[in-house]
Design a binder for this molecule. Sequence first.
Ligand code: OOG
Ligand code: MG
Length: 261
Amino acid sequence: MLDAAQIDRIADVVDEAQSKGRAIPMLTNDYPGLSLDDGYAVMDELLNRWTARGREFFGFKAGLTSRAKMVQMGVDVPCFGLMMRDTCDSEGGTIPTETLIHPRVEAEIAFVMKSDLVGPEVTHEEVYAATDYVQPAIEIIDSRFENFKFDLPSVVADNCSSARLVMGGRPRRPEDLDLGALGVVLEVNGEPLAYAASGAVLGHPANVIQLLVRWLHRRGEVLKAGTVVLAGAMTEAFYIHPGDTICARFQDMGTINAKVS
Ligand code: OOG
Ligand code: MG
C-alpha cells in the first residue's frame, strides 16, 4: 500500500492530466508499488476533489467486462469507474472532444436503478426488480496514459478512462427483453465497425450489476436508487475524430446518433 501523501500526489498528476488533456506515462513506471487498492484510493480522492468543486456524481461505469476489450487492452480483469453529470451529452447532439487526448467510442447498455441493491450477493431477479429501465449508451473513453497503454492499477487510478457519455434509444424494462442476447452494431461515418451481442459483457449485463454490488459491498457501500451504471463495451473501442458521426444500433432498444466536435 502506498501512503496517503503518495495517493494524494498521484491524484494531483491524474487530475492535471485529465483537466489539461495531456498524456502522462503509466503510473506504475514512477510508482511500481501501486496496487489495485491504491488505484481505487486515487479514484476516491479524485471524487472528493470533484465534488468539492461542485461536480455531481452520476453513476458507475464497468470497464473491461468483454473479451473484446480485454484482448484489445491486454488487461483481463474488469474495473469500475465513476461518471460525473457534467460529462453527459445529448442524443442527436455533439460530443465535445477538444480537451481529450485520444478519444475512443464504445457501445454499452446502461442500467438506471430505482431502488437500492445491497450486497454481497444479489440474484438476476433482484437486479431486475431494482432496475428502473435499461437503455442504450455510447461511452467515449480517453486514457490519460501515453499511447493508450496501461496496466490494471494505472487504469483504475485514471478512473477507468472515463471521458464522456451519451444515453439514448428506447428505455426498456429488462424482463421485456432477451437481455443476454441483444445484437448491437457500432458505426462510425456510416461504416459498421463491429457487431456484438449484449451477453459479451460477463455472459449477461446483469452479471455486471452483480459484480458491482459485490465490489461496493466490500467497500461498505450499496448501489443506490437513481444511480446509472454502464455495463461495459461489448466490442473493442474505436478511435474517433472531430467531424465523425457515430451511430450505435441496439436490437429492440433503438439507436443512438451523435456527432464528434
Ligand atoms: C478502460 C475502460 C474500458 C469498457 O467499457 O470496457 C471501458 C479502457 O479501455 O481504456 O470503458
Ligand atoms: Mg466503457
